[in-house]
Design a protein around this ligand. Structure first.
Ligand SMILES: [Cu+2]
Length: 399
């Protein structure tokens, strides 16, 4: 057994409240199937089209079984041009692949662990039986390096969910192990023309997350600029160690050391910092739905320029009679907020209106045309509106 894994498991036993033994984990974890390692789902940050919700009963696809393989493995993320950092990934991307299914679909997700320590997947927000909950030492044993585990559930409730490990989740989510799960309704009163998920994260690129820190894969010492994003070997060796030859060359910017939350100085949307965030393309007049998921530790105050929006769901619960607002939208750690709006003409920003260092990186352009427009830049300099009162929204949930 890999020595790092032993340390990781022991750390959980000492630091948490669960009783957990290495022996039981070895006995319960299943061996990896030779057929695993496929990457059938597109990355959410890719330009692949997302399916629109059906508009009538006749459009409803038959319930089906969706099979997904998620390979947890060390990798690299190019946060912006010239800055590539070592991370942990599902299927080589951060966020991991977005799993987008319809209400009623059976979802079978096989987690294959190529990490150097044990892990699980917790389906955040999903109401289902214990064996799918992914809490290591409580609802399942952690999946050891080189092993796998299959989660099997029916997507009952349309909502925006996300997935992440529940072994050492504080560290594993911090290193990039997360992704979105979207369950679309069979029937929607009005179907958005554009339906996109934006996963917000903050990165502590100092201290424990610094390249070379314990548990983090070390980039090559030679900084030669951006290299090819080679993936670690797909062969499960049981150690999770990266093949030295597959490590890309990276150029890392120096970051100021700052203890505590102040170390979270790099902010991303779908794994990238502005101006390298992917624009949400939307024609004028289109109904746009943005599914916002905050997987970081900090609360952000998001501002949509160009038009009012409606907060249609918070943490997966639909808001009854949502109203139009231009207020800043607060989104705390682990929260999900779904907003809808009619796209105005031009290119506008959704961005973080905090004064935190790095807040200007949490920005995505929404709309059409050259980015950003002069009108959007003027709006960026305008005074910030007040914060939306979430208590009012949450008192107004659908019954
Ligand atoms: Cu603003």
């Amino acid at each position: 057994m890999n020595q790092k894994v032993v340390r990781g498991v022991v750390a959980v036993a000492l630091g948490g409240t669960v009783v957990y033994t290495i022996a039981s984990a070895v006995a319960m974890a299943r061996p990896a199937s030779p057929a695993m390692g496929g990457m059938p789902m597109p990355a959410s940050s890719s330009a692949s089209p997302t399916p629109a919700a059906p508009t009538s009963v006749t459009d409803i696809p038959a319930s089906r079984t969706r099979t997904v393989t998620l390979v947890a493995a060390p990798g690299h993320l190019t946060i912006r041009r010239g800055q590539t950092v070592p991370v942990w990934t599902f299927n080589g991307t951060v966020p991991g692949p977005e799993i987008r299914v319809y209400q009623g679909d059976r979802v079978r997700v096989t987690l294959v662990n190529h990490l150097p320590w044990a892990t699980t997947i917790h389906w955040h927000g999903l109401l289902d039986r214990n064996s799918n909950d992914g809490v290591a030492g409580v609802t399942q044993d952690a999946v050891l390096p080189g092993h796998s585990y299959t989660y099997d559930f029916v997507a009952r409730d349309p909502s925006t969910y996300w997935y992440h490990p529940h072994q050492k989740s504080d560290e594993e989510v911090d290193k990039g192990l997360y992704g979105a799960l979207v369950v679309l309704p069979h029937r929607a009163a009005v179907s958005p023309a554009v339906d996109r998920t934006l996963v917000l994260d903050d990165w502590p690129l100092t201290g424990a997350m610094a390249p070379g820190a314990p548990g983090m894969p070390m980039p090559t010492a030679t900084a030669t600029g951006m290299g090819a994003m080679a993936m670690p070997s797909a062969t499960a060796t049981g150690t999770g160690a990266m093949d030295a030859a597959s490590r890309p060359s990276v150029a890392l910017r120096p970051y100021l050391a700052d203890p505590g939350m102040g170390a979270y100085q790099t902010f991303t949307i779908n794994g990238h910092a502005y101006p390298d965030t992917a624009q949400v393309q939307a024609p004028p007049g289109a109904l746009v739905r943005l599914r916002l998921i905050n997987v970081g530790y900090l609360t952000h105050a998001l501002h949509l320029h160009g038009t009012a929006y409606r907060l249609v769901a918070t943490d997966g619960s639909a808001v009854n009679r949502p109203w139009e607002t231009t207020d800043l939208l607060p989104i705390a750690a682990a929260q999900r907020m779904d907003i809808e709006f009619r796209m105005p003409r031009g290119a506008w920003s959704l961005h973080d209106h905090d004064t935190l260092a790095g807040a200007s990186e949490m920005r995505v352009i929404v709309g059409q045309g050259a980015r950003p427009s002069a009108a959007d830049e003027r709006a960026m300099r305008a005074a910030a509106p007040p914060l939306l009162d979430l208590v009012v929204c949450q008192a107004n949930f659908e019954q």
